[in-house]
Design a protein around this ligand. Sequence first.
Ligand code: SF4
Length: 192
Amino acid sequence: MPLDQAKARYRDPEHFIGFCRDCERWNRCWACPSLTVDPEAYLRPYRWATFVAAKINFDDAERAVANSPESLRAIAWNALKMEKTRLFDALLRCEALVPNSAQLSSGGCHLCEVCARIDEKPCRHPEKLRYSLDAFGFDLTKISEDLLGIRLLWSNGQELPEYYTLVHALLSENEALREVRSTVSALFSPGS
Ligand code: SF4
């Protein structure tokens, strides 16, 4: 959708950055707030946003094994990291296909075990650093429900939900739905 429309409907930085302040990644991950870029200046060159979600389903066997906080965290983390890597890489490919485009990612940065920001060091992979959609104040719940038809579920800390959802976006100067759809479909098709 046009980025101006997405910002008008789904962006409220004051409200959502407030939640980031309570997150353990606040000031501890270069992809998260407090941001070292000005979001308005960062978004200015782009006119379109193509939103993409990856839905990670857990079957009964996985949910049964996740019967302690430790196993729940391990299963959730492994699944999220694997699928986030696939989605992130797919949108990096889109960036290469679509001139003047950039990805906004989900949930901080997955590239290092421990972010260099914790030690007040520069990012180790600045060429692959992509900011989180929520760090820019976008409402992931509404985007996911309105545009992608997926209700976000969360763990209650006791058990895995039926599924998790990752929401990313490709910002671009020109409309890029065809490129995003074909690249993401190819990487997420059965057997890939
Ligand atoms: S690439 Fe590493 S150092 Fe850079 S933001 Fe990601 S986790 Fe932090």
